[in-house]
Design a protein around this ligand. Structure first.
Ligand code: ADP
Ligand code: MG
Length: 567
């Protein structure tokens, strides 16, 4: 809208109000030649009627009138919103100051003294009409402005409402994202290509065991959290990704504030703007420790399986050969004259063949090719029965301490083989204490609810635990990882066969149990054998104890492996 008012095109209408006819005629005669349309009223009442039905552009108003006088008319006109803009010129006696003051009070804009001067009249009327035109124009203009302001305010309110709606949707989507990320132990991070500032999602901090406030804000801070052995590679890969814009993808270890190590799978991609300029490196990290653990357990159990088959096959053939050797030794000895010097030599051969046969039996136990004769066993009785024999195996500096729980569950296993398990563990414990120490054989009951087996398939149910502890050398990680492998030994040639624990593993496995190893270098080691509780016919597992959940064969074999448990 153009803020420059134009005077109305039509002729301006002027209302002349006077009770005296000659005055009306005079004024009309003065105005008509100037191009005004003149309307007249002979009284105040008549004037109001004209104003109401045909509003004029200006009023010339006589003051003194019978009935409604000029002041009243002015007040009425100015008191009405629809007519208040109509300018009023009052006609007063010359120099009547009092009348002028009252007229102003009633709302008149201007005055003319009697007798009216024609030139003065036209100038004043024209001026006031121009002013009114301005007034009309600006009130229209401001009305339009007001409308526009209202429209825009409404638009703005609508826009902010929509923004709020979008923000709400964004917030909900962020909540969903965070929930998903947190649940899968994943986090998101961003590295600004310009400022090199690093930003972590809250879930990323959680993966690292940190609060969001403790999250690093640059690459150096992040690398400080990476495992020392992986730090250089990770740092190099991030630098390469930043420099070349190539994707980054690698698994690495991180150190948590509680001292534990977790595996992280990291992935990142350079984000670019429309011109292809790198803007930020966007990455995700996921805690894959559980997967790594299962992978290594699976690898280990596959290796054991393969070695077991190999060893079993060899042992089987070898056992057949030993049978042939011994049979022929028997035949030859029978043919010899008593006192023949070859007799003693042959006895040596038979002795060696017998040792070899016992070795192959161990191998066969490990490879599960041996025939089992499972019976119901009270582990306490088994330990007590072997105590004397085990005591003889010890040097004096080793103290043998049985710690047998009173009411343990019966288990089902091959008696001879279980004896062998205990024997192998005790011999190993003895060997770990060349300078002496304490060897404890402990039995107890274990109700496993799955939570103890962190990161491994849950072994739920009632178990009898047979544990052999020593206060010996303990083991480093490299030994701990391989100790169940057949032929793995750290002992001098001729001292160790590396078959002891492989046999233990095979037997426990076949009996449906599993083994845990806790060890600390220089402090000692505990081997715990868990054997499932045996329920006699009529005895219900559900009524007596939690049901044993049988996991799949794969899970079982990996669960039976030692876990990395620190002592
Ligand atoms: P061997 O006793 O013939 O060496 P095993 O299979 O019985 O074979 O044991 C394998 C290896 O495991 C041992 O050589 C030893 O390094 C380690 N080991 C087993 N038991 C213990 C123990 N109680 N303390 C320390 N190391 C042990
Ligand atoms: Mg051994």
């Amino acid at each position: 809208m153009n803020p420059r008012p134009e005077l109305p095109d039509r002729r301006a209408r002027v209302l002349v109000v006077d009770d005296e006819r000659q005055n009306r005629t005079l004024l009309e005669a003065m105005l008509a030649p100037e191009g005004f349309e003149v309307v007249t009223a002979a009284s105040g009442e008549e004037a109001i009627a004209v104003v109401t039905h045909q509003p004029p552009d200006l009023i010339l108003l006589d003051l003194m009138m019978p009935g409604m006088d000029g002041y009243d008319v002015a007040r009425r006109v100015k008191g009405n919103l629809a007519t208040r803009n109509i300018p009023i010129i009052m006609i007063t006696a010359h120099g009547d100051r009092d009348a002028r003051m009252r007229g102003l009070g009633a709302g008149a804009e201007d005055f003319l003294g009697k007798p009216v001067d024609r030139a003065e009249l036209t100038v004043r009327v024209k001026n006031l009409l121009r002013l009114k035109a301005f007034g009309d124009y600006y009130s229209q203009y401001s009305e339009a402005l007001e409308q526009e302001v209202q429209q825009r305010t409404a638009d703005l309110a609508e826009r902010s409402r929509r923004l709020e709606e979008q923000a709400g949707a964004l917030l909900r989507s962020e909540e969903r994202t965070n929930y998903a990320l947190g649940g899968s132990r994943m986090g998101v991070w961003e590295l600004d290509a310009g400022t090199q500032r690093l930003t972590w999602s809250d879930t990323m901090a959680t993966v690292f065991g940190l609060t969001p406030q403790q999250a690093p804000t640059d690459v150096a801070g992040f690398l400080a959290l990476v495992h020392a052995d992986d730090r250089q590679v990770v740092g190099g890969s991030v630098a390469t990704a930043v420099r070349t814009g190539a994707d980054f993808e690698m698994d690495f270890r991180v150190l948590l504030p509680d001292g534990s190590t977790r595996w992280l799978a990291g992935r990142a991609r350079m984000m670019r703007d429309a011109d292809g300029t790198p803007v930020r490196l966007l990455g995700v990290g996921a805690d894959v420790s559980d997967r790594k653990l299962l992978e290594s357990q699976l690898r280990q159990s596959q290796k054991m399986e393969a070695v077991g088959q190999l060893a079993g096959g060899v042992a089987h053939d070898f056992n057949n050969l030993l049978t042939v050797i011994m049979s022929y030794c028997d035949l030859v000895m029978n043919d010899l004259h008593p006192g023949d010097p070859a007799h003693d030599d042959l006895l040596q051969v038979v002795g060696a063949a017998t040792s070899a046969a016992s070795l192959t039996r161990q191998l066969l136990a490990f490879s599960r090719n041996q025939v089992l004769r499972p019976t119901t066993i009270d582990v306490n009785e088994l330990v007590t029965g072997m105590e004397k024999m085990l005591g003889r195996l010890m040097q004096d500096s080793v103290e043998l301490v049985p710690l047998l729980a009173l009411d343990i569950h019966a288990v089902r296993a091959d008696h001879g083989q279980l004896e062998q398990v205990l024997m192998n563990l005790v011999v190993n414990a003895r060997d770990a204490m060349p300078k002496g120490g304490r060897l404890t054989i402990e039995t107890s009951t274990a109700e496993l609810d799955g939570s103890v087996m962190k990161g491994a398939p849950a072994e739920v149910g009632a178990y009898t635990r047979l544990a052999v502890s020593d206060t010996g050398t303990g083991m480093d990680d490299a030994t701990k990882e391989r100790l169940f492998e057949p032929f793995f030994t750290t002992k001098a040639a001729g001292k160790g066969t590396g078959l002891g624990l492989a046999t233990v593993y095979g037997i426990v496995q076949q009996s449906g149990g599993f083994i845990r190893v806790e060890t600390a270098l220089g402090k000692g080691t505990t081997f715990s054998v868990y054997l499932p509780r045996f329920y006699a016919p009529g005895e219900s597992a559900a009524s007596a104890a939690p049901t044993i959940v049988s996991a799949s064969a794969l899970m079982r074999s990996s669960a039976a492996l030692p876990r990395n448990v620190s002592a």
